[in-house]
Design a protein around this ligand. Structure first.
Ligand code: TF8
Length: 337
């Protein structure tokens, strides 16, 4: 009896020692994760998905494999979201803006000029408000794991530099498939056309649309400089990406497997924000070197833009709920003190 107990104790001790090294006793099964995204492999998004894949494989001792599928090869964001909800695809990363049709609270992040800088964005997205909005995905069949940075959006077009608001008049501007964006740019006088990102390059090339708006990083990685002459620094909205999982699939995972994915999504978030900000800091010079003509929206015009766009705030507040709207404004006021 004594011998048996000692053996068990010894085995337990060895197990405990091995556990952190070899994943002893961790409940991990072989899994294949199809992870879709819209940008090209050589982009901040592609690099972060690759980092995520490496983390997951390493932390599951190679049992969980991530197949990263970029360039919207699995379809645009809205199509992938449906595949996740139905369980035909496991994971994706894409704009929160394309989720508004599924979870109206996501419209909070479409508020023009909501964040003044990335620090504010990080604090709110990674804090209780970000979590609250993310949790709204679950009843819709999606699990949100982390917000990554798409970034502050800037205008490009092939017609003329936007020096004043009126320069947007009649410009056919592609917007994301989202009512806040549609309303915002209509309010500014542009002829706003919703299109999936995967159709954007060719729409610009064939002049189906004159312009678009996206962060520097994307203008660079998607080679929009080949088909857009003018870039106007407007920083009109901070746009997050969100990593989501099919809830149908997620619910069948063990706690250990869920933790590996959740931790890796957060580690990749930190990697991605750093990468995005480093690349973003150099991107403007790169875009100029590629031939883009860059102008800053003059402060007075930026203020007019801000003023006009504050009109859509009431709609957003109604959509996301007054409580959430107020909580966000209070949190921002506190951060700015
Ligand atoms: C857009 C977005 C896209 C992202 C990406 C496909 O303009 O900013 O760049 O949704 O994940 O559509």
């Amino acid at each position: 009896m004594k011998f048996v107990r000692r053996t068990i104790l010894a085995a337990a001790a060895t197990g405990a020692l091995l556990a952190p090294l070899a994943g002893f006793a961790a409940d991990i099964k072989p899994r294949l994760i199809r992870f879709g995204y819209g940008l090209v492999e050589n982009s901040n998004q592609g690099r972060a998905v690759k980092y995520f894949a490496e983390q997951v494989e390493k932390n599951s001792q190679g049992k969980m494999k991530v197949r990263a599928i970029g360039a919207a090869a699995l379809g645009p964001d809205t199509q992938m979201q449906q595949a996740l909800i139905g369980g035909a695809q496991e994971m994706m990363v894409g704009s929160t803006a394309t989720l508004v049709g599924i979870t109206k609270e996501m419209a909070l992040w479409d508020t023009p000029f909501l964040f003044n800088n990335a620090k504010e964005a990080d604090a709110v997205l990674d804090g209780p408000i970000g979590q609250k909005v993310m949790d709204k995905l679950q009843p819709k069949g999606l699990v949100g794991l982390a917000y990554w940075e798409n970034g502050f959006r800037n205008l490009t077009n092939s017609k003329r530099p936007v020096q004043k608001l009126e320069d947007l008049d009649g410009v056919k501007l592609r917007v994301m498939q989202n009512n806040v964006y549609l309303e915002s740019f209509k309010t500014l006088g542009a002829n706003a056309v919703p299109l999936p990102f995967s159709e954007l390059f060719s729409a610009l090339e064939t002049k189906t649309v004159d312009g678009q708006e996206n962060p520097y990083n994307t203008i660079l990685s998607s080679k929009f400089y080949e088909v857009q002459k003018y870039l106007t620094v407007s920083n009109h909205v901070y746009s997050p990406w969100i990593v989501t999982v099919s809830k149908k699939w997620w619910d069948g995972l063990s706690k250990d497997e869920q933790k590996i994915l959740s931790d890796a999504a957060k580690a990749a978030r930190d990697f991605e924000r750093k990468d995005t900000r480093e690349e973003g800091a150099k991107a403007l010079a790169d875009l100029k070197a590629k031939g883009m003509q860059v102008n800053e929206l003059p402060a007075a015009e930026a203020n007019r833009m801000r003023e006009k766009l504050s009109k859509v705030n009431a709609t957003i507040a109604a959509d996301v709920g007054q409580d959430l709207w107020k909580e966000t404004q209070d949190a921002l006021a506190k951060l700015r003190k």
